[in-house]
Design a protein around this ligand. Structure first.
Ligand code: NAG
Ligand code: NAG
Ligand code: NAG
Ligand code: NAG
Ligand code: NAG
Length: 378
């Protein structure tokens, strides 16, 4: 009995800021060869937090009352105000929420990172890095997230290079995000799917899906995951004319080529995107079905998962049966809802354990769900 008490008090010291304690033990106890990767979406400076994020809504309460703004950050009484003035009042309160939610989330991830003896190999951010691709918003993302002590593997979302198209001076918002993305990839050795050409010797034209893949492994190199980033939606096609031209293509063709190039198909394959819309999801499913049914790898135990964000309230692990395989479909969690996901790829059990986390202001991070991903035949 005495020994048990001592044991528990030591644990509560070390795992003090993650609850419940038994799950925190699982989160923090791992083999030195385990591979740990974090997933989240929608840092999205500046977007209101979700209604369930009551701490965050409490933060903006005074501002909302002062400015006549409702819980969804819309102006209640618009009488006698110009559009600009309304926007300014709304933004004032939205910024309070967005800055708060981002800070709470970063603090939780920072604590997690500090207390993990085995540091995360990467943090995957599945799109909507900004709300509109404005300079101030991208700068905040760079200052606050790219300075975290974890390598970041970003993807672009609809708010970064879809919603803002033809709605900023010289299309500079979408151009800024794409230009930054291409440069970030180059600086970090990520090979994006695009070709660059020159039009009339002055204008650069970038054509492609800007998707990429990255193999992440533990130090020993024997536990790996093949990470794929498809950005917004794999069926997003758009021509964006700006200082440079961006001929955005769908990513299904590239995905098929990438899947075919994977040499070891028994390693986990994690397909990331931003918006798993019904149409994009159906085509992705058809593509995976065809690929899985190829005869050459019939004996392989495939372990594919699809991960996405976009719907801020969602944070869940669902299962879909595709060509006889269970394929986990995961909402990884959003910053406005202060949720994120940790995946532990275990070296000895050959399992992938997911921890869904809820970060809270001045309170322990809550582990809301903990499950091994299942790739049973179905
Ligand atoms: C990290 O460990 C320190 C003590 O080493 C403890 O005070 C803190 O609560 C722990 N944080 C987390 C996130 O477990
Ligand atoms: C809306 O604003 C106008 C002018 O400031 C004011 O007269 C009116 O009472 C307000 N209505 C509500 C519902 O607050
Ligand atoms: C392929 O990956 C599996 C799972 O990570 C691993 O056990 C196996 O050794 C790998 N095979 C080769 C040939 O590298
Ligand atoms: C996941 O699998 C490991 C290894 O088999 C096991 O120890 C652990 O309890 C499982 N976790 C959950 C949440 O079922
Ligand atoms: C793991 C595995 O068996 N991979 C095989 C899948 O099919 C290709 C093409 O036939 C083989 O080269 C791989 O070895």
């Amino acid at each position: 009995m005495f020994a048990l008490l001592v044991h528990l008090s030591v644990l509560s010291l070390v795992q003090g800021s993650f609850l419940p304690a038994d799950k925190a033990v699982r989160l923090f106890q791992h083999d030195a060869n385990d591979l740990i990767v974090l997933f989240l979406g929608d840092t999205q400076y500046h977007f209101p937090c979700t209604r369930f994020n009551t701490d965050c809504k409490q933060r903006s309460k005074d501002c909302r009352e002062r400015n006549g703004i409702d819980i969804n950050s819309h102006m209640i009484n618009k009488t006698g105000l110009t559009g600009d003035a309304i926007h300014r009042l709304e933004q004032e309160c939205i910024k309070i929420e967005s800055n708060f939610a981002n800070e709470v989330q970063r603090k939780s991830i920072f604590d997690l990172n500090r207390n993990l003896s085995n540091k995360p190999a990467a943090m995957v951010i599945n799109g909507d890095l900004t709300n509109y691709g404005l300079l101030e918003q991208l700068d905040l993302f760079k200052d606050e997230w790219l300075t975290m002590p974890i390598p970041i593997l970003p993807g672009l979302g609809n708010h970064d290079y879809e919603n803002n198209v033809n709605d900023c001076v010289a299309n500079q918002c979408a151009n800024r995000m794409l230009y930054w993305f291409v440069k970030y990839a180059r600086d970090h050795g990520l090979k994006l799917d695009y070709e660059k050409s020159q039009e009339f010797l002055i204008k650069s034209v970038y054509r492609g899906s800007f998707a990429y893949a990255k193999d992440l492994c533990n130090k020993k190199g024997d536990v790996c995951v093949h990470l794929i980033q498809l950005n917004n939606r794999p069926d997003y096609v758009r021509h964006i004319r700006a200082v440079s031209d961006w001929d955005v293509q769908g990513s299904y063709q590239w995905l098929l080529r990438d899947l075919n190039s994977i040499r070891n198909r028994s390693q986990p394959i994690f397909i990331n995107l931003h918006n798993h819309s019904p149409q994009a999801g159906d085509r992705l499913r058809a593509l995976l079905e065809n690929w899985i049914e190829q005869p050459e790898n019939e004996s392989v135990n495939l372990r594919i998962a699809v991960l996405y964000a976009h719907w801020h309230d969602e944070h869940s692990i669902g299962d879909k049966c595709i060509a006889g395989y269970n394929i986990p479909h995961i909402f990884v969690g959003s910053v406005p809802n202060n949720r994120y996901t940790v995946m532990k790829f275990s070296s000895n059990a050959d399992s992938v354990e997911a921890f869904l986390l809820s970060s809270r202001h001045n309170l322990p991070t809550q582990i809301t769900q903990n499950a091994n991903l299942s790739w049973n035949r179905c």
